[in-house]
Ligand binder design. Sequence first.
Ligand SMILES: Nc1ncnc2c1ncn2[C@@H]1O[C@H](COP(=O)(O)OP(=O)(O)OP(=O)(O)O)[C@@H](O)[C@H]1O
Ligand SMILES: [Mg+2]
Length: 395
Amino acid sequence: MSVIVVIAESSPFTGRLRRIAKQEVVGLRPSFSEHGLNSMLSRLNQISLVVITEDVPLEDVPDLADTVLDNAPEVPIVMVRDKADVVPEEAKAAGVWEVLDSSASDLDIERLLTRFHEEIEAEVVAPVEPPVLEAKPLDQGQHRVIVVVSPKGGVGKTTTAINLAVALSHRAPLQTVVVDYDAQFGDVASMLNVSPKHTIDEAFGDNAVHTNLVVKGLMSTFDRRLLVLPGSESPAAMEKVSSPQAAQLIRQLSEDYSYVVVDTGSGLTDEALAALEVATDVVFVTTMDVSAVKALRRSADLLDRLELLPANRSLIVNMADPGTGLTTEDIGAAMRMPVDATIPRSTEVVLSVNVGKPLAQAKSSSPFMAAIDLIVRKVAGEEKRSRGGLFRRFS
Ligand SMILES: Nc1ncnc2c1ncn2[C@@H]1O[C@H](COP(=O)(O)OP(=O)(O)OP(=O)(O)O)[C@@H](O)[C@H]1O
Ligand SMILES: [Mg+2]
């Protein structure tokens, strides 16, 4: 599905377009550096129309249009202006097709969108995608179950889990599964922009787990490589599932699939603990604030006492902001394990989630992807797997 990009400071036009357009509308700020704008535009799938709103100074339009056309040659660019009836010469020269009056009615906007949409659809020939080559499956003894954990909500667990899964699926197409074990607010499918026909609760019968063949039928596919076991829409749906059943599903999947990535809800939920029973790897995610680090430390201690801490552990500090008073070293010391990667807060990450296109799919180079690559290499045994030797039980 193509997207409409609106370049605006704070014009109400963005909201109007979101309301009227049947496509996704992505808003970008003109004040981003050219590099930032470039990187965002290059991440957007198919762009069908770019709208530059009336609050963007006219003198900035030619440069913006240039940046747009570098990324999406021939995309129609429309400018919104107060009292506009002609396209200024410089804007026309820069590639602006037409000017829309800022007082245009919803109907005018709808007509414009339909017109451009039809023109673009007529031109687009569906690209022929190369077949996905199946990789040789890992020996069963090498299969990995990676559980992404954090006691605090909103720290980036799901973002990490889906990107890790997408990256692993490039190594092991159709042998990588991402499991949504956030029973309350599971959003793996929506972050991947997948519309599931089935959800994970259907994998469980009365006191039993359906066979892998049945479970496979419940999975959606992302990018023809990654299998997705989506969370249920209803938080109550997983209540019928016992902890042994929840562990059994992951155990069963790990028999057939090389990589099973499990996203969990915040806190040490029953599903998270069940997955950890089977896990080979755990990825802890925290933000850079004292309460998040303390909570993670307590969770790690508890897992250690419960003997649920897998031998291979990674620690990601996400949305790192300088000036919080905490340093990466402080966090490593508090967690008594090294920080594997520090990811700055970045609009690139937010945008990739908003448009359902994980950074790992675009194979971009960014601090976020560097962190994901590192975890992938650790999981695959190419990087020294830190065994968190400072934890009591493993020291
Ligand atoms: N490095 C980052 N920079 C900026 N935004 C980020 C970054 N990582 C994640 N986010 C954003 O933070 C929000 C929360 O991320 P995410 O849903 O992955 O967290 P979570 O830990 O899974 O949350 P929950 O506990 O609700 O499941 C999302 O909007 C995501 O786009
Ligand atoms: Mg989440």
